[in-house]
Design a protein around this ligand. Structure first.
Ligand code: ATP
Length: 740
């Protein structure tokens, strides 16, 4: 049997996807009817988990809590089918199913409901009926003519089958989408369509860009990176020295900055081939683009893989016949590595070979946070940013659940979830709660349709009057009708027997008739595929990935299942104030930060210098940070030349390579600055080990003062076992002291 690289725990003390058996063992060992499975890759495990989640979508309420049992009916058929769409006929309702209790149990387990729920037969039956009801809306109410005569599939099986199809990550590397090199705009809610007077530090970024320098600028969430980028893109053409190409990592991000994808600009397709082959296959059109480019802007650089960046550098050099980085094109990159990482990262962009030569001496940090005005909220976010949650932060965020957020102008708070299946389930459930018929609007795809799968326009859009929606394209920037604008459906309007437009009421932008739009996938100037669809999506809920870059005025986020570094930080930092924020399922466990990115971030903030022996690693860059001495040499630019003071929040100590040889650590409780991943990384780096459960082999238990839920650490099972076995119980400070 191959080595297991990831595990899914469907029933255990905690459920979800885990990377090591060490993590899984304490969750399932001794847990009655534990259910878990090992997989050879994290991707497989994620897919299995999502399939497991998808099988029971409607058991979560809008608030993410278990719903009261309801038997949702099959949604009524669409009142209208556009003539331009294929003709459809209704499917007769599925015949009543009479499964055995065993079948029902299997279906329920498959739906991830947990055996603990199966108390008695009647409960099993009710749960099965719920699973059935939940799955029914997922099955199309209409199928293409000709297919209608085939017997309908068991909806639960259909849901399971659908869930078994590999689920694409929510921020996959997309096919290139059509883009234009124009002033970017952002969703209406974030106020990014307003032009602001730039601060001194934002101006200093623009000034360097206008001098023709390549540069990287970063900053915490909400410090105005996109605002600055937008401004400098309007200014750059004034240099008049060539074309400015605006790109982003994904199709969605490209839409946000009204650019194109980096892949599309560079002419490298998906960029999977070797550098040599990419150069060989480079089209004439791509060579021409490279030749014309004076400036290449890359937004959300944190989502670009370092290996890909090196390939693009090599392609640029080859296309332009120059050995300078990117063939001598000025490259301006921006992003925050502490937010969501690329889907599959072999190296981060800052680890690319080209990074130090291209940007090493010209890196800027925006330090003033605009999105949140309340400094205590900014400080709380700074903790999450570095992967930390103090007991005070836990208490503050957990207390938000008691808060009820109401609708404003008829638009409800946006709910954020870690996974698409949760988002889809909520949107589907809320749609079905509205009275009236569902209208199904099918996309009209042409060309190589596989390539259009990543298009943000949905293949099928189900609407009812009153549905909460989000606009997926910029219609009128002046009127604030732009990508991300939220509103609700007022009417579905027909002309000559076809659906002509969807009349929507948008928040802050009034009523608008939204018409069909066409998205295309191009390569080398050739349209490979196109999708015609109304540029709308249901928007009671959004995924955290899709929320990146947005400001959300009324935010209700559920952090259950947050699995990625920076995910919790990205979610919570969308809010502009604490009063309009609800955070569900918060625990320090969901707060993760990549140790590599953290080290990079902190190194840069120190001006590239190694940490002083007595200096901690993490610095606090809030606006109210006290000025500190300027760095001796360049590398990190602050408008006023200061560098921030250290925040004694977290350090990753370094000692002799084998100073922890033979030591086996286990952690329990909330540690002051380090999390278990960091302890593990530190232990491994110094010849020791870190495991998930206390055993006779454990040499040290590193204990915080309290558990995630606030109970004293002495109540933890690990603590009690360590006491029984006589294992040394130490604090984080004592652990640090062992590393010399
Ligand atoms: N100079 C400024 N003056 C006033 N408001 C500003 C300024 N710069 C940015 N803002 C506002 O701050 C908010 C956040 O800006 P922006 O979205 O550009 O931040 P960001 O750093 O890109 O955030 P994220 O990393 O979360 O995407 C927006 O509402 C924007 O309008």
């Amino acid at each position: 049997m191959g080595k297991k690289r990831a595990y899914v725990v469907m029933n255990g003390r905690q459920t979800g996807v885990f990377d090591t058996w060490d993590e899984v063992e304490p969750l399932v060992k001794g847990f009655k009817r534990a259910k878990y499975q090992g997989y050879s890759s994290r991707d497989d495990a994620e897919q299995a988990w999502q399939a497991n989640q998808a099988a029971a979508p409607s058991f979560a309420t809008a608030a993410g809590a278990p719903a009261a049992p309801t038997f949702a009916s099959v949604p009524p058929p669409p009142a209208f089918v556009p003539a331009s769409a294929p003709a459809f006929v209704p499917v007769p309702p599925p015949p009543p199913l009479t499964p055995s209790i065993r079948d029902m149990k299997a279906a329920i387990l498959q739906a991830g409901l947990g055996v603990a729920d199966l108390v008695e037969k009647s409960d099993v039956v009710e749960r099965y009926r719920q699973a059935l009801a939940a799955a029914r809306p997922a099955a199309p109410a209409f199928v293409p003519r000709g297919a209608a005569s085939s017997p309908p599939e068991d909806p639960v099986a259909a849901a399971a089958r659908a869930a078994a199809v590999p689920v694409r990550p929510s921020n996959p590397r997309p096919p290139p989408m059509r883009g234009s090199v124009t002033t970017p705009t952002r969703p209406a809610d974030d106020g990014a369509d307003e032009r602001h007077e730039l601060t001194e530090e934002q101006e200093s970024v623009c000034a360097a860009a206008m001098r023709g320098e390549s540069l990287f600028f970063t900053g915490n969430a909400g410090t105005g990176k996109t605002t600055t980028m937008r401004e400098l893109i309007t200014r750059l053409p004034q240099r008049g020295s060539g074309k400015v190409f605006v790109t982003a990592s994904t199709g969605a991000a490209a839409v946000l900055c009204r650019g194109t994808t980096l892949h599309s600009f560079a002419g490298i397709g998906l960029g999977k081939e070797s550098t040599g082959l990419l150069i060989k296959k480079l089209s004439k059109a791509a060579r021409k683009r490279w030749g014309q480019a004076s400036t290449l802007v890359i937004d959300e650089i944190s989502m670009i893989d370092g290996t890909l960046l090196d390939k693009i550098d090599a392609v640029g050099r080859a296309a332009r016949g120059s050995s300078r980085p990117f063939g001598g094109v000025q490259v301006i990159v921006s992003g925050d590595f502490m937010q969501l990482p690329p889907v599959k990262v072999s190296r981060f962009a800052f680890e690319a070979d080209v990074w130090p030569t291209a940007f090493g001496s010209n890196q800027f940090c925006l330090t003033r946070v605009f999105r949140q005005r309340d400094q205590s909220f900014v400080s709380l976010l700074n903790e999450l940013r570095v992967g930390r949650a103090s007991p005070a932060t836990c208490a503050t965020l957990q207390a938000t659940v008691a808060r009820g957020l109401g609708a404003v102008d008829g638009i409800e708070p946006t709910k954020l979830f870690a996974r698409n299946v949760q988002v889809d389930a909520i949107n589907k459930q809320r749609l079905l709660e509205l009275a009236g018929a569902t209208t199904t609007l099918r996309a009209q795809d042409e060309g190589d349709v596989r390539r259009i799968e990543q298009c943000s326009y949905p293949a099928e859009l189900h609407l009812r009057i009153g549905a909460q929606i989000m606009l997926l394209k910029n219609i009128d920037v002046e009127k604030k009708l732009i990508n991300g604008s939220r509103g609700k459906v007022l009417a579905i309007q027909r002309k000559d027997g076809q659906i002509d437009s969807i009349k929507c009421q948008f928040k802050n932008a009034g009523e608008w008739n939204v018409k069909r739009d066409e998205a295309t996938v191009e390569e080398a100037g050739k349209v490979l595929a196109s999708r015609s669809q109304f540029p709308l999506r249901l928007a009671w809920a959004l995924s955290i990935h899709k929320s990146q870059g947005q400001t959300i005025d009324l935010l209700d986020c559920d952090l259950q299942g947050c699995f990625e570094d920076g995910q919790a930080y990205t979610a919570v930092s969308r809010a502009s104030d604490m009063e309009n924020l609800v955070v569900r399922n918060f625990s320090p466990r969901v707060v993760k930060a990549s140790a590599k990115c953290l080290a990079f971030d902190q190194r840069l903030r120190r001006g590239g210098a190694a940490p002083a022996e007595d200096e901690d690693d993490v610095v606090d860059l809030t606006a109210d940070s006290a000025p500190a001495p300027a760095p001796a040499s360049g590398g990190w630019n602050y408008a006023d030349g200061r560098r921030p003071p250290p925040n004694r929040a977290a350090t990753l100590p370094t000692g002799a390579p084998n100073c922890l040889a033979g030591k086996v650590f286990v952690t329990t409780g909330v540690l002051p600055t380090l999390d278990r991943d960091q302890i593990k990384a530190i232990a491994t780096k110094h010849g020791g080990r870190c495991t998930g459960a206390v055993s006779s082999k454990t040499t040290h238990l590193i204990a915080g003062e309290v558990l995630d839920d606030g109970r004293p650490v002495a109540e933890s099972g690990k603590y009690k076992k360590a006491v029984t076995l006589g294992t040394a119980i130490i604090s984080e400070a004592e652990f640090r002291a062992m590393i010399r």
